[in-house]
Design a protein around this ligand. Structure first.
Ligand SMILES: [Zn+2]
Length: 178
């Protein structure tokens, strides 16, 4: 199954230049146009990303620009993961976006050998794991690319890699550093 199904378009035949306009035939009630294939929410592996869908849209805008970021509280300076719209410590909504390190090391990993999420069936087997970002303050979960899962090791160096999901959305994953 393709992850990036294009929107269906209804095309209208162009009118030839100079031709008399002819009365339009009675048209049946137009079928509703679906903008794109929409997966059931619980089967959609990736979050909704645009500003009208989430207040965390800057996170995805930053990913698109190649940067992994998260939120930091202006009052108590706590750094959150995942990014928040309110500080989990003091509930303040005055948060700043801060850059995160783009390198880290594998803390733990596993392989998906079957039962992959919708749209990822063709990518099995693939590795997922926990990565300690450089500096050690945050541990992130994600896909690990670049080596077969049988060649991954605890402590291996990885870098953060923003990538195009294929339907206009961006997400991050990790790639083993050569
Ligand atoms: Zn706070």
């Amino acid at each position: 199954m393709s992850a990036g199904t294009r929107p269906r378009r209804i095309s209208t035949a162009p009118t030839a230049p100079g031709s008399e306009p002819t009365p339009a035939p009675p048209t049946p009630e137009p079928a509703p146009v679906r903008p794109r294939e929409k997966r059931p929410f619980l089967l959609d592996f990736f979050p909704l990303e645009t500003a009208d869908q989430t207040r965390l849209s800057p996170f995805f805008d930053h990913l698109r620009a190649g940067k992994l970021t998260t939120t930091r509280c202006r009052k108590d300076h706590s750094v959150h993961w995942p990014p928040r719209t309110a500080c989990p410590q003091c509930h303040a909504e005055e948060l700043d976006w801060v850059d995160l390190p783009d390198t880290g090391t594998i803390y733990a990993f596993s392989a998906v050998l079957g039962g992959a999420p919708l749209g990822m069936e063709d990518e099995v087997p693939f590795a997922v794991g926990l990565v300690d970002l450089e500096g050690g303050s945050l541990r992130l979960f994600g896909r690990i690319e670049g080596r077969p899962w049988t060649e991954l090791r605890i402590g291996q160096a990885v870098r953060v890699e923003p990538y195009d999901v294929g339907d206009g959305r961006f997400f991050y994953r990790f790639r083993v550093v050569e």
